[in-house]
Design a protein around this ligand. Structure first.
Ligand SMILES: NC(=O)c1ccc[n+]([C@@H]2O[C@H](COP(=O)([O-])OP(=O)(O)OC[C@H]3O[C@@H](n4cnc5c(N)ncnc54)[C@H](OP(=O)(O)O)[C@@H]3O)[C@@H](O)[C@H]2O)c1
Length: 336
């Protein structure tokens, strides 16, 4: 294994590489492409290469597929389970027919059902980090976290996390059981957590912060030049940031950021990932290609000067990105 740096995520002793690997794009979700066409063979090769390079922290969810992503991950880690740190998530309800109902379910009885299904899918008897994917507005967060804490007590889960929660929900949850990590979208294009109190809360409570979509779902890589760069079925077509005038306004920001990447002799993706590292978070850039994984891992060694960080702040201050990061329905489920 390479010597990629490690960091403690949260205050419970969970040690992870400074960046992980996001696996969402390795499968479709309910038949929809996420980031272009999935490719199982290359995805598995990417998960194998990640381990060789020390990036053994994998991020999946029962939502992805649904269930197919966990199954792909289980195939990739077979024989090496103990060498990987596997994070998965539950909450988007998956019915007994293995289809999504598109409800959020955080009820204690569903927590028990979801964990057993994830363990079966991943062919393992424990999950390293188990997240609630979205808060169930109908179930008090305390009830969900009590059920998650029972999974820690029974050994099915080592650490627990929450995704896309508000500071207030995190504080309530953390009183029930220590929360090891919050996972929320964070990147040069998505800085809301800096101003809505969530960053303050994680710092105060000693909760780790995992940045998802650190590449702005590919926008910050510099490879996307037109809203038609996506397959007809690509999830990004539904995101306001990738539509119409918003797309071109955001592309102008990408061009400005990329001038700095060029001056530093690094790729735009490396710059975007290194920035989330400089902010003290653990990014989980998503890719299904060995080539991109290797590019992204090199970001772990990049350091910014104070002037460079100030310059980036001036180009992309919080709130400047045009358009929301999700459609209206999905936006109503974040920061709850
Ligand atoms: N908790 C949540 O609600 C939530 C929501 C979204 C995501 N996530 C997690 O966060 C992970 C990461 O976020 P994400 O995958 O949404 O977005 P991301 O990491 O911001 O971007 C992924 C996109 O960037 C491309 N890419 C990656 N590295 C590249 C490189 N070096 N050069 C050029 N292109 C590159 C990928 O291409 P290829 O796909 O072609 O490799 C893909 O299109 C996900 O995989 C998932 O595990 C969690």
């Amino acid at each position: 294994m390479s010597s990629i740096k490690k960091v403690k995520l949260g205050n419970q002793g969970f040690e992870v590489p400074v960046e992980g690997l996001g696996c969402m794009g390795m499968t479709t979700i309910a038949g929809q492409d996420i980031y272009g066409l999935a490719d199982e063979k290359e995805s598995i090769a990417t998960i194998h290469r990640a381990l060789e390079l020390g990036v053994n922290f994998l991020d999946t969810a029962d939502l992805y597929g649904p269930l197919l992503n966990e199954r792909l991950v289980s195939k990739a880690i077979a024989g090496n389970r103990d060498k990987y740190l596997v994070a998965t998530k539950f909450g988007y309800e998956v019915g007994d027919d293995e289809q999504l109902t598109w409800r959020i379910n955080g009820r204690p009885d569903y927590v028990k059902k979801a964990i057993d299904r994830s363990l079966k899918n991943l062919k393992t008897d424990y999950i390293d980090l188990y997240y609630l994917h979205r808060v169930d507005p109908e179930t008090p967060i305390e009830d969900t976290v009590v059920a998650m804490a029972e999974l820690v007590q029974s050994g099915k889960v080592k650490y627990i996390g929450l995704s896309e929660v508000s500071a207030q929900t995190l504080r309530k949850a953390n009183l029930i059981h220590p929360i090891t990590a919050v996972q929320t979208e964070y990147s040069l294009f998505e800085r809301t957590v800096e101003i809505n109190g969530l960053f303050d809360a994680v710092n105060e409570l000693g909760v780790g912060f995992v940045s998802y979509s650190p590449l702005g779902r590919g926008f910050l890589t510099g490879d996307i030049k037109s809203p038609d760069d996506f397959t007809a079925n690509d999830f990004r077509r539904s995101i306001p940031r990738f539509q119409g005038d918003n797309f071109y306004k955001n592309l102008d920001l990408v061009k400005e950021i990329n001038i700095l990447a060029e001056a530093k002799n690094i790729t735009p993706s490396q710059l975007a990932i290194a920035w989330t590292l400089a902010k003290g978070t653990v990014p989980i850039p998503g890719t299904k290609r060995v080539k991109y994984l290797e590019d992204n891992i090199a970001a772990a060694d990049i350091v910014f000067t104070v002037d460079e960080l100030t310059h980036l702040d001036s180009i992309v201050p919080a709130g400047i990105t045009a358009g929301e990061r999700y459609d209206e329905t999905s936006m109503s489920g974040v920061n709850l």
